[in-house]
Write a protein that binds this ligand. Structure first.
Ligand SMILES: *Cc1c(COP(=O)(O)O)cnc(C)c1O
Length: 404
């Protein structure tokens, strides 16, 4: 058997919708992107959504919308993918990494409180594996140090405290205490990259909560300008006969979604309840098997929250990095693709060069050192899930035999 890690789940319906777009005469940002945005906002229960070409762009444009840049600090987790932190660097602000809570994949809420200074303008919590952070605790942390907050833009002032920008690349469709991912943080950034739960090949979106005294249409228009050259009219508006003239209001960026991508997204969104359900079934199969052999696994469904079931994270109790790496190699030998989520940012060259040291993030290192991510996607059959479980058990046994 060959079991891939996270192949895209594309049916004839997606293919037909893409072909429809290709034949329609309009392939870039247009009616399908607008419809996709409307449906994303509906499923997140927000007033609006803006689609872009990635979650990275969505996070960066949100920082720019908020007017965050040089001289500012933005907090995120050491235990994440580079994009959560690199966007802070892109806008010229200082990256502040905090450790995870002991035995948790989420950031340490007390460490967040400690990291807040009078330069802090935003925090980017990461909804790892599709499990949303405890946003009650994040808002508590932010409120606790409210007196230190010095707004440097009108929007920051209207929010009145540090802005919470969720890296929800994994958590579309998840909920926490009755709130959907998308309506919990001030701004929420989703990814529709090829390996994510819902895909447009590349793609992303941002949703936001209503801000008292701020018009949502105004935020929407600002995002349109930021993502399309600061141009006063989008390409579709310009195609109206005679309506050639436009103005460039700022030398902005280019990260809009195309209708080809959106057509994939529209069908994926229709199919999404089934996709989530299948992921849940697989997670329950894995949980059953892992509990019986004493593995630590991340809980995806509790009374407090339901995840989007994006990644299945397993920790090999009492094992170290080399043991884990050997297990991954043996599983690869059996045709099973696995991964590690994540090698903490302070272990990567770019972040070492920025001065970060893994010794300052002991909890994140402990989570990383014995973590294995098993294949989890809606194309997996029950037999394949069983094969993965068997492969993991055998691989651990084989490495154990070498180690003693
Ligand atoms: C995939 C991912 C991103 C980036 O998403 P893109 O759409 O590729 O920009 C950001 N954060 C995390 C945690 C991710 O896994």
């Amino acid at each position: 058997m060959r079991i891939s890690f996270s192949p895209p789940d594309i049916t004839q319906k997606e293919i037909d919708e893409v072909v429809d777009t290709l034949k329609s005469g309009w392939i870039t940002t247009g009616p399908k992107t607008k419809l996709f945005e409307k449906q994303i906002a509906e499923s997140c229960r927000t007033s609006k959504a803006v689609a872009m070409n990635s979650a990275t762009a969505a996070m960066e444009m949100t920082l720019r919308l908020l007017g965050i840049g040089e001289g500012d600090e933005v907090i995120t987790s050491a235990y994440t993918y580079s994009a959560s932190a690199s966007v802070i660097h892109h806008v010229g602000a200082k990256i502040i990494l905090v450790d995870t809570e002991k035995d948790s994949f989420h950031l340490d809420y007390q460490a967040v409180v400690n990291a807040i200074t009078n330069k802090t303008k935003a925090i980017i919590p990461v909804d790892i594996a599709g499990v949303m952070c405890n946003y009650d605790k994040i808002f508590e942390a932010v409120d606790y140090k409210k007196d230190l907050f010095r707004p440097s833009s009108e929007l920051q002032e209207m929010i009145g405290r540090i802005a919470v920008i969720a890296d929800a690349a994994h958590s579309f469709g998840a909920s926490f205490k009755g709130k959907m991912s998308g309506e919990a943080a001030d701004f929420t950034c989703f990814s529709f990259h090829a390996v994510k739960n819902l895909t447009t090949a590349e793609g992303g979106a941002v949703t936001w909560r209503d801000i008292l005294g701020v018009n949502n249409d105004e935020i929407y228009t600002k995002f349109m300008l930021l993502t399309l050259h600061g141009q006063s009219k989008d390409a579709l508006a310009k195609t109206k006969l005679g309506a050639w003239e436009y103005d460039i209001l700022s030398p902005a960026y280019k990260c809009n979604m195309t209708d080809i991508m959106a057509s994939l997204g529209l069908v994926q969104l229709q199919r999404y309840p089934e996709i989530l359900e299948r992921r849940k079934q697989i997670i329950e199969m894995y949980n059953h098997a892992m509990n019986s052999v004493g593995m630590d696994v991340l809980a995806h469904y509790t009374d407090e929250y339901a995840s989007s079931g994006h990644l299945y994270l397993v920790r090999l109790p009492g094992k170290d990095e080399s043991f884990r790496n050997r297990v991954i190699e043996l599983m690869a030998g059996k045709g099973i693709a696995t991964n590690v989520h994540y090698k903490p940012l302070p272990m990567h060259t770019a972040y070492k060069n920025l001065g970060f040291k893994i010794s300052d993030y002991p909890n994140a290192f402990d989570m990383y050192k014995n973590e294995v991510t098993l294949p989890l996607h809606s194309l997996l059959t029950n037999e394949e899930v069983e094969y993965v479980v068997k492969g993991l058990k055998e691989s651990i046994k084989e490495v154990d035999a070498i180690y003693v």
